[in-house]
Design a protein around this ligand. Structure first.
Ligand code: SF4
Length: 319
């Protein structure tokens, strides 16, 4: 394997193989809310979530207005202006919450957007049922992803971060989606309070045993205004170091089956929202460190190899 051979199946590579060209995501805000914020489960939300609902807060207007604004912006960028194919990404809050008719209307609105070849819809595991799955299974696009925030398969952790659902809920959602043939992308988070690195890898192992088609791995970061910010300010919430996370993410890749599409390998805070750690804003550097850990250990996605003698942590630091 040469040094620039891809060591994992990125979403970009998956989409280029499917469409023969670059496909760009466009973030959209459908004006959704969340049962963990509107009082149905809680008012406070998950302890790492801020007022933007763990999304980029991409702006106002109809989905079409937002779409057109992004298309105009991309058309003015030299490296993007030849891109013709797009995925609509509805990320913030819980987009399958509420009646199935709301979801159906959202998907109808998406289907009329020019250049759209697929969609990613973000949600949580306990806001899905057969009717909603059936609506999503009928989507006409070649690419449809149901993105499910799970974060951990450890119930004690889920309780501690006030997720308001269990690991079993996540498992049931994945099984239901698989039954309907809906592709799922699960979000997992490393560095959650009370969790060791091994706890995180155990969540990855549990996920790898379930029917899942895609994964997003995130390092825990503290957005300004979230409940965890107080613990961090009081010094009672240790955060992962950048090199430590890079090795952990690389190890997670070795556990995931090679066919699972890696949608993201580190968190990507919205501009201005990051309180800590400072390195969470250095996405390019974190990705380089993850790749360095993969290369140093000769790890590839799904290889399940053990760490080479010596410390990968030292290798990615160049020691
Ligand atoms: S489920 Fe998502 S939107 Fe709702 S509180 Fe948690 S992170 Fe925020």
């Amino acid at each position: 394997m040469t040094d620039n051979t891809p060591r994992y199946l990125s979403l970009d590579r998956h989409l280029r193989a499917a469409f023969g060209e670059k496909v760009q995501k466009i973030p959209l805000d459908a004006g959704s809310t969340c049962p963990n914020r509107d009082g149905t489960l809680s008012f406070g939300g998950c302890t790492f979530c801020n007022a933007e609902g763990s999304g980029p807060g991409v702006g106002l207007g109809s989905l079409r207005d937002q779409w057109n604004r992004w298309r105009t912006r991309y058309a003015a960028m030299p490296r993007m202006k030849s891109t013709k194919l797009f995925l609509g990404y509805i990320q913030s809050f819980t987009n399958t919450y509420g009646p199935a008719s709301r979801l159906a209307a959202m998907l109808r609105e998406l289907s009329n957007l020019p250049g759209l070849v697929g969609a990613c819809i973000g949600t949580r595991p306990d806001c899905l049922d057969k009717e909603k799955m059936s609506i999503m299974a009928d989507c006409p696009w070649p690419e449809f992803w149901l993105e499910i925030g799970v974060q951990s398969f450890n119930d004690a952790t889920l309780c501690r971060i006030n997720r308001g659902h269990t690991a079993k809920d996540a498992e049931n959602a994945l099984l239901l989606a698989a039954h309907f043939g809906v592709k799922t992308c699960v979000h997992l988070m490393a560095g959650l309070p009370g969790e060791s690195n091994e706890d995180f890898l155990n969540s990855v192992r549990r996920l790898a045993s379930l029917p899942v088609s895609g994964v997003k791995l995130h390092n825990l970061y503290i957005p300004k205004g979230c409940a965890m910010e107080k613990d961090w300010l009081h010094g009672s919430l240790p955060l992962l170091e950048q090199e430590e996370y890079a090795v952990l993410a690389a190890k997670a890749l070795t556990i995931l089956p090679p066919s699972v599409v890696i949608h993201r390998l580190c968190a990507d805070p919205a501009p201005g929202e990051l309180a800590a750690p400072y390195w969470a804003s250095q996405k390019r550097q974190t990705l380089d460190l993850i790749n360095a850990a993969l290369h140093y250990n000769n790890w590839t996605q799904g290889c399940k190899k053990t760490e080479k003698t010596g410390k990968a942590e030292k290798a990615v630091r160049g020691e």
